[in-house]
Design a protein around this ligand. Structure first.
Ligand code: AKG
Ligand code: FE2
Length: 315
């Protein structure tokens, strides 16, 4: 799902956290939420460079109804990686040595974050989201900016609660969030052969909670095909940490890489990390959730230090 970069919600900016990585700019992260319509959809599907190298890919999950399953919910995946040819999306702008993708692809692992950690993280999301929630089926909470879905709009949780925020989140919550982010960053760096210190957390990085309630605004329309680099601009590497189980906690809601000729599906599983280069080699969508509630975090990285954001801290 994609938080929209334009159209700022009432969320606005949280006071600058002390410490953490320096953030240039300081414009409101977590602005809005919803895809830019279906704009990147069909046209990009045709033009995307998606002919994967499929290195090391031995059909682990098997085929299902015309789509290949890259990772089933019922299996614990140690390390799975599928290389795809990089699109031209990384050439036009500045290239950052040790970070800008030379190797592109998709990885899935259930071995970086434990199910127990995922459950603790999900409780943080549930707590924060309990103060708001979209009227439609898709709500977000961005711990970096404080943006929280509320009805048809967004509010800023930090502005709303002020110092009382410490009654909602604890330092341990934030420490766990930081640690999870760091381990995912290292996994991405190792997999793509880049330097972890040359990549930076970027915005939006946010929790999502999706149920089957009908969409009320475009912010609720998470299911459109999109390319993260196009939708969010600064992304070079996208990661998703799933916090609930496909077919147990919710139905529908699978993640789909839309390749020419065939789709590749990832079934969410608590503790599962899926990560991929953010260019048009990885056009994707999320199926509509049919029942239950699906929790995930989108954690995004950039190679451009100017787009870096700091970890959230309780101040
Ligand atoms: O939650 C997911 O599986 C995907 C989310 C996504 O595509 C996004 O945040 O850009
Ligand atoms: Fe996305």
């Amino acid at each position: 799902m994609a938080a929209q970069r334009r159209a700022g919600p009432g969320g606005g900016e949280r006071r600058r956290p002390a410490g953490g990585k320096a953030r240039a700019g300081g414009t409101a992260p977590g602005r809005g939420w919803a895809l830019r319509g279906a704009a990147p959809g069909a046209a990009l599907l045709g033009s995307a460079v998606l002919v994967g190298g499929l290195l090391g890919w031995s059909l682990p999950g098997g085929r299902q109804g015309g789509a290949e399953v890259l990772a089933r919910g019922s299996e614990a995946v140690r390390d799975r990686f599928v290389e795809v040819a990089c699109s031209g999306d990384y050439g036009a702008g500045r290239r950052f040595e040790g970070c800008t993708p030379r190797k592109c692809g998709r990885g899935v692992t259930d071995a970086v974050i434990t199910r127990e950690e995922a459950e603790r993280i999900r409780r943080i999301a549930e707590r924060g989201l309990s103060f708001g929630g979209s009227d439609g089926g898709a709500s977000i909470l961005d711990l970096h900016s404080g943006a929280l879905s509320m009805g048809k709009h967004f509010v800023n949780l930090y502005r709303y609660f002020g110092d009382k925020i410490q009654d909602i989140f604890t330092e341990e919550d934030f420490a766990l969030y930081r640690d999870v982010r760091r381990r995912i960053q290292e996994k991405i760096a190792q997999t793509f052969g880049i330097s972890s210190s040359a990549m930076y957390l970027t915005k939006p990085t946010f929790f999502s909670r999706i149920n089957s309630t009908e969409a009320k605004t475009t912010h609720d329309e998470y299911w459109h095909p999109h390319i993260d680099k196009v939708t969010y601009g600064s992304f070079d590497y996208t990661s998703l940490l799933y916090l609930s189980d496909y077919a147990e906690d919710f139905g529908g809601g699978r993640f789909v890489f839309m390749d020419e000729g065939s789709n590749k599906t990832i079934e969410p599983r608590a503790g599962r990390v899926s990560f991929f280069t953010s260019g048009s080699e990885n056009l994707h969508r999320v199926e509509k959730v049919r029942w239950g509630t699906r929790y995930a975090i989108t954690i995004s990285f950039t190679c451009n230090p100017e787009h870096s954001i700091g970890d959230p801290v309780l101040t």
